[in-house]
Structure formats: C-alpha cells, structure tokens
Design a protein around this ligand. Structure first.
Ligand code: NAG
Length: 419
C-alpha cells in the first residue's frame, strides 16, 4: 500500500515538474523567484507582516544574480528597500535571513562600514546612486521604506492555495486523523507534510486566518521518541515540534494563534482518535477523478504497548495493544512496573477510554494480583494518577467485549514522596 502511495506521489510530482513555473498573488517571476515590490513606506516589522499575509517573506539575496534582480524589480519606483535580513551584530555572519536558512556569511554586499548595528539591526537595499546594489543598516522601528516580498514559484493549478508546487486545503470541520487522511485522499492528496520554515510559515499564517480550532492535523506521526514519519512517504527533513514538548501521543498537529498553550506554528502531538481541523496537500496539476478510490491507510505505525513484557523499569509508557487505534476484543495483558531503590512509582494515565462495565484496567500496589488493589477503572476517564507505596506496581488490562474502544495510555515514572 505504501509502495502504491509513493508511486502515485512520484507520478504526480513528475507531472507537476513538466509545467512551467508561475507566481501567485500578482508576484513576478525573476530568476526562479517570485517577487513583488510594495512602494508604500513602512517599518521593517510592518513590511514583514504584509509579506506574511500571503505566506511570503521579505526578499532574500543569496547570490549576485539575486542581488541584481532587486534593482530590476525596483526600477525607478523606490530607491531604498527593506530586505529580509536581520543583524544581531556588526558582522555578516551574524546577520540572518528571514527564511531561517543561512546567515549572510556566504554572500553579502554591504556598503563599506556596514553592517553597523548601532545604526540599526535591519538591512535595506540601495537601488540608486553611487551605492546601487549595496546593503545598508537601518533602524527597524524608526525607518520607513519600500519593500519587496518573496514567494517560491509554483505550477499552474486553479486551486485557491497554491504554494511551491502544491495545493493546500484547509478544513475547519474536525475529524479524527484516519478520517481526515481519507478526506485528503479523496482529493488525491495527503494530510500535509511540511519541509521548510517557509512552508510552515505559509501554513501557520493561513491556518490562523481560515481555521477556528486550536489544533490542526498535519500528516506527521510520532510513534517513538526519535521516530517521525510523514504519511505521504516524504523524508522527515524539517522539524518544528514545540521544544518544551516531549514525546506523547502519535499524531502531529500544528498550533494556530488561537491556542494559548502552544505558540502559533509549533507542532505537538495528540491522540489520533481526537477530532481536529486539518490541512491537505496535493501536488499542483493533479487531475483528481470524481470518485477517487480511497486506500485504507493505517496511519500509525506499530506502537509498542508492552503488554505482557517482562519487568518494565521506570520511566516508560504503557498502553492498550494498538493504541491509539482501538484495541480488539478479548485481550488479557499484564504490565509489571518497577523502579530502583527507594523510589515509588507514579503512574499517570493521559488517555482512558474503555467499553464501560466490560473492559477493565486494574492497578495493584505490588508485583502480583494478590497485592492491594489501588483501583479498578472502566469507561471513560479524564487524566488521573496513582502512586505505589513500594517500588513495584502491577497493571492488568482485561476485556470482555468483542469490540474495542480507543484504549489507554499511561506514563510511569520514579517518584519520591517528600517526607
Ligand atoms: C498476555 O498473556 C496472557 C496470559 O498468558 C494471554 O492470555 C494473552 O493472550 C497475552 N496477550 C498478548 C497480547 O500477548
């Protein structure tokens, strides 16, 4: 199935590469980049914000040809133009391009005496007079200048959100991960993979405008702490997981600005059965038949549940088999948890959804089912936690029903009572 998916994707890519590059949003193709000059004079921040409205950045200049292109675009309409370059210090290697790629160490064309951060940390381009083509430091907040925005080129398609060779669609009506992916497949695409800071910025900007939900599914899957996959089979080449976030459930979301807990554009994972808004991505030029057959995907790679494993040493995560996909009927699992020395075990359930009265999780304060029962749980529960009195804990999961629910996931960590 994966092979078919990759083959289809390749087919679509090769088709889109055949068509000519075009620019969207009234931008002009110059040396394989899409540029647009804005002659209203604004601060650096406002210039950047205006570019971002369509997912663009301020213009970046990585070589002499790019540099010359700016004069061409500016013509005689503007003589000073903000570029997407910000200097932390008076040294080109400390100046960073707006697209978060590289510093200006590899190529720069500063006028003598610049960059000079005492004058300002932002940088503008002079397109007239003796300093034509040279870069000069400017005050980010005080100086008001014309500016040029930059977008990557794309290929012809009548879709509304066409960026860098792909069409994106934004769905505000929430669906679980698997159903969201099926919806994307019906339009011959996949849940969106993201491969650069610019693509991430484009999607974050449009999501803020088009989606009201806090969390938005993208096509990322995070089955293990260091394992990441894109559902479209592309390489995991860029990562924007919220750095304060450690591995949790499997399905990746991007946060929009309405979320208070995660900054806009950062990724974090959620349980795949939760319904969220989502973004689909399809190569431009894809002609999708009306009744596109949907490949039944199992989006989440095998996730070890540690059911019946020998002793599990804290810290770790246990779950029902196949979590976050529903477990199947008639399961019997034991999880033998332990920790070292004088520690206790803190067992924290983050997800809990079983068939009420038929399927049970039991937690014992010791190493066998003869130990004291700390609790027996069924149905749906909010997050909850239990603590052992010693350094072992036994968890059992027994199901009587034929059909499974979403299951449970719990993290166990060494814990020390403060005395
Ligand atoms: C776990 O062990 C129990 C008891 O031996 C067995 O009935 C059950 O099928 C096992 N479960 C799995 C998933 O291996």
């Amino acid at each position: 199935m994966l092979k078919e998916l990759i083959f289809l994707t390749l087919l679509q890519y090769s088709r889109s590469l055949l068509s000519d590059p075009i620019c969207t949003n009234g931008y002009t193709l110059v040396n394989n980049k899409c540029l647009k000059l804005f002659i209203d004079k604004v601060t650096y921040k406002n210039a950047e914000r205006n570019c971002m409205d369509v997912g663009a950045t301020l213009v970046t200049v990585k070589n002499a040809i790019d540099n010359h292109a700016i004069s061409t675009v500016a013509g005689s309409s503007a003589n000073t133009i903000w570029m997407g370059l910000f200097c932390l210090d008076s040294d080109p290697s400390k100046c960073l391009w707006d697209d978060s790629t590289v510093s200006a160490e590899l190529y720069s064309n500063f006028a003598p005496g610049f960059p000079h951060v005492d004058v300002g940390k932002c940088v503008y381009y002079s397109s007239q007079g003796a300093l034509t083509g040279k870069w000069i430091s400017g005050d980010c907040d005080m100086d008001k200048l014309a500016y040029i925005c930059e977008l990557p080129y794309t290929h012809a398609d009548d879709c509304q959100y066409n960026y860098n060779g792909h069409c994106y669609s934004f769905y505000d009506a929430p669906l679980p991960f698997t159903q969201a992916q099926e919806k994307c497949e019906k339009e011959c695409g996949n849940l969106a993979s993201i491969h650069s800071p610019n693509e991430n910025r484009y999607l974050a900007t449009l999501s803020n405008r088009l989606i009201s939900g806090y969390n938005i599914y993208i096509g990322g899957m995070w089955p293990l702490p260091n394992v990441f996959n894109w559902i479209d089979g592309s390489q995991w080449s860029y990562n924007n997981i919220d750095p304060s976030y450690s591995h949790g459930p499997n399905c990746m979301t991007i946060s929009n600005s309405k979320s208070s807990s995660v900054a806009s554009g950062f990724w974090f994972s959620m349980n795949c059965y939760q319904a969220n808004a989502f973004i689909c991505k399809t190569p431009t030029g894809t002609k999708c038949p009306a009744n596109q057959p949907v490949v039944q995907v199992t989006p989440v790679p095998y996730n070890p549940s540690f059911c019946n494993n020998s002793i599990l040493l804290a810290p770790g995560v246990i779950s029902s088999p196949d979590f976050p996909l529903p477990y199947s009927g008639f399961q019997s699992c034991t999880y033998q948890l332990s920790t070292l020395g004088s520690f206790n075990i803190l067992l924290r359930f983050s997800d809990f959804q079983l068939e009420s009265g038929k399927d049970f999780v039991k937690v014992y304060d010791g190493s066998s089912e003869n130990s004291k029962l700390l609790g027996s749980f069924t149905g749906q529960e909010d997050a909850f936690a239990l603590v052992s009195s010693g350094n072992t804990m036994l968890v059992t999961f027994k199901t009587g029903s034929t059909k499974g629910s979403a299951g449970f996931s719990a993290r166990y960590t060494p814990y020390s009572f403060s005395r």
